[in-house]
Structure formats: C-alpha cells, structure tokens
Design a protein around this ligand. Structure first.
Ligand code: GTB
Length: 216
C-alpha cells in the first residue's frame, strides 16, 4: 500500500524544505518508496479529523495499511526499519545510527528551535535581545562538538544513514543564521547530503506545493 503523509498546503518557508514533512519525504525517496501527500491548511490541522491522526494538530503524519503515525522522528524511524538503505544491517552500527537520529532530535534540535522561537515568536519581548546571544552560544557549543566528531568524514558513522538524514535536516534550520558557515566541515556535510538525488527529489516535491508546478 502506498503511504500517505500530510504537509502544509502553504508552508511559511515557501517550500524551502524546512517544514518537517521534508524529512519524511526524503526518507521515502531514499527508500525508493512512492507516497501520496494530503495537504492541509493551518485551520484543517486543528480540526477533529486531523487531530484523530495527530493529537497535537500538526504535520507531518503518516498513514499506511491501518497504521497511523505522528512525530517526524517516529515516522522516519519506521520507514528506515522497513526499507533497505537507511539503517546498517550490522546490529552495533544500526544502534549507533539510531543514536545519531536521537542526537539530532534531542541534543541538536532543541537549542535550534529555541532560536527560531526567540526570533519569530518572541521578537517583540524586551528580553529577546539579551536572550539571543545565550541561545546562539548554546548552539555554537553543540555545533563545535559535532564538527569535532565529524572531522573530515563524509558521514557521522560510516555510510550515510537515517542519523545523517535527521541531523542534516535539523542543521538546515540554521542556514539563515549563517552559523553553519562558521563550521566548514558541517557546511560541507550539509551540502553533501543536499547533493543526494533522493534529497533533491524530496526538495523539488515540497517546493512544487508552493509553486504549483509539478516537480521538474
Ligand atoms: N515534534 C514534531 C515532529 O517532529 O513531527 C513537531 C511537528 C511540528 O512542529 N510541525 C509543524 C506544525 O505542524 C510543522 S514543521 N506546525 C503547525 C502548528 O503547530 O500549528 C515546523 C516548521 C514549520 C515551518 C517552518 N518554516 O516555514 O520554516 C519550519 C518548520
């Protein structure tokens, strides 16, 4: 059965790949799994029909053969477990790849999200000017650690895995800040991932929602 995912009908980033359906699209493309997309307005996301799929009224969701999932991490993990190519077969390498996926979601993403919140939801608050440098410091601390661990390797642990997919999508949120450029090996890591044909197909599909043109 072809899975169906949900995505914004009108993404605030104008289809630039930052909304979290991008990670799901990318995983499905890496897996060679065709999928369908149901586009939702912000209003529709909060209605009972969608909340039955997603308790928090958000995107993305994933439906396949009676299974309904929410949380991009759980969805991408599910895809990786059921298709070849996103997780190593060797048990220890597989466990480490999963650890990197959690590291992206649990260690790297929280301060990056704090930056987004401070910039876009709290920019009018009197304390934001003082808070921003503190958040940036926390992000730089983690980026520095990640840069050291990556070193001059192509990927975080051997071959490209779902750990890299999740890490790269998390780091992409930093692009507008210019902070990634301070860590040349991380910038190159993100560029390397963006050069993958599966990433390009997923990006084109998300952009096409905004442009109204079919992906080229
Ligand atoms: N932890 C959940 C997951 O990983 O799936 C978080 C899901 C989530 O935050 N979904 C967002 C959403 O539905 C879209 S991705 N928001 C609507 C709401 O909560 O009402 C977050 C996002 C949105 C927009 C951009 N952008 O335009 O740059 C980037 C990321």
């Amino acid at each position: 059965m072809i899975p169906t995912i949900t995505a914004f009908d009108s993404s605030p980033d104008r289809g630039q790949g930052l909304a979290r359906d991008m990670r799901v699209r990318w995983a499905l493309e890496e897996a060679g799994q065709p999928y369908e997309v149901r586009l939702l307005s912000f209003k529709a996301m909060k209605e009972p029909a969608h909340r039955a799929l997603h308790p928090f009224g958000q995107i993305p969701t994933y439906e396949e053969d009676g299974l309904v999932l929410f949380e991009s991490g759980a969805i991408v993990f599910h895809i990786a477990q059921h298709h070849a190519g996103l997780l190593p077969d060797e048990p220890h390498a597989r466990a480490r790849a999963i650890a990197w996926m959690f590291a992206a979601l649990n260690t790297m993403e929280p301060p990056i999200l704090e930056l987004q919140t401070a910039k876009f939801a709290e920019s009018d608050k009197p304390w934001t000017a003082e808070r921003l440098p503190l958040i940036k410091e926390r992000i730089r601390y983690r980026l520095g650690e990640l840069a050291v661990r990556l070193g001059d390797a192509d990927w975080l642990d051997g071959a490209f895995s779902v750990g890299d997919l999740m890490m790269v999508h998390t780091l992409q949120r930093l692009k507008p800040s210019g902070m990634l450029g301070e860590y040349p090996n991380l910038a190159a890591y993100v560029a390397r991932a963006e050069a993958r044909p599966a990433f390009k197909r997923a990006f084109a599909a998300q952009l096409a929602v905004f442009t109204g043109q079919p992906p080229g």
